[in-house]
Design a protein around this ligand. Structure first.
Ligand SMILES: [Zn+2]
Length: 258
């Protein structure tokens, strides 16, 4: 699943392609035909990422909301374009560029008067220009749930996926099963700052890079992380433990994360 940095980068890239342009919109697959008709011919006012959600604003009082989920992806390109694949949920085109959206978990229009309600369903975004860590910190400190679960809960905090979760807890030496309410405000503020810094590297490079040797973004993911996908802890040479939490594989080092 794409983590928050991927979606922020997509928002920037897609904004550069279509913001300020009138678009044509079609649903080659047919499943979003009614929605596509509503934004067909509209002016794109801009794009925005909210955690793992991508929003496209149009001058028709409707906002396109995408969530890729585990299998969805984008294809962008220049004109002239080849015919879209049958599975394409939505193709958005200008005279110069196109964006194909394939296999998303969610592809819907949100009326603009419902946008505030939509935003409040999710925790503060780590990559927001004007971030609001207090709301996330308060939610974590009220919870008995393990910190590893809370970090993945987009209602608590927006932007962290499975790889960043494992890496950030290891970098801070935190046991993933620590209840949120046992963490101090100072610890959580430091955690927030680290997560934001790592995600910003992700947006800038287009890759998850969490080890301090900052290898090339083109290297395999395991060469860019410290413990994710690995068997041996680089700090203590102990065995990395894999377990299941919130439906995803959690990696941690029981010696370093106490
Ligand atoms: Zn270790």
């Amino acid at each position: 699943m794409p983590e928050g940095h991927t979606i922020h980068r997509a928002a920037q890239d897609h904004g550069a392609l279509i913001a300020g342009h009138r678009v044509s919109a079609v649903s080659p697959q047919g499943r979003f035909a009614d929605g596509a008709a509503l934004i067909d011919g509209a002016l794109c006012l801009g794009t925005e990422a909210l955690g793992k959600h991508l929003l496209y604003h149009f001058d028709v009082q409707q906002t396109l909301h995408l969530h890729l989920g585990l299998g969805g992806y984008f294809v962008t390109g220049a004109q002239p374009a080849s015919a879209p694949r049958d599975v394409t949920r939505l193709r958005i085109e200008t005279g110069r560029a196109l964006i194909d959206i394939i296999g998303p978990n969610t592809c819907e229009l949100i009326p603009n008067d419902a946008l505030d309600g939509f935003r409040h369903r999710y925790g503060p975004d780590l990559l927001a220009a004007d971030p609001d860590p207090d709301r996330a910190i308060a939610a974590i400190r009220k919870s008995r749930a393990p910190i590893a679960r809370l970090l993945m809960d987009q209602k608590v905090i927006s932007g962290i996926g499975n790889i960043y979760r494992a890496e950030i807890l290891w970098l801070r030496g935190l046991d993933p099963m620590t209840p949120g309410k046992n963490l101090s405000e100072t610890q959580l503020r430091a955690l927030w700052d680290d997560m934001r810094a790592l995600l910003q590297i992700g947006v800038a490079t287009g890759a998850i890079i969490t080890n301090s040797e900052t290898p090339s973004p083109k290297r395999e993911v395991r060469e860019r992380t410290n413990i994710f996908g690995k068997d041996i802890c680089p700090r203590c040479d102990g065995q990395i433990v894999k377990s299941q939490l919130s439906g995803r594989t959690l990696y941690h080092c029981p010696r370093c994360q106490t």
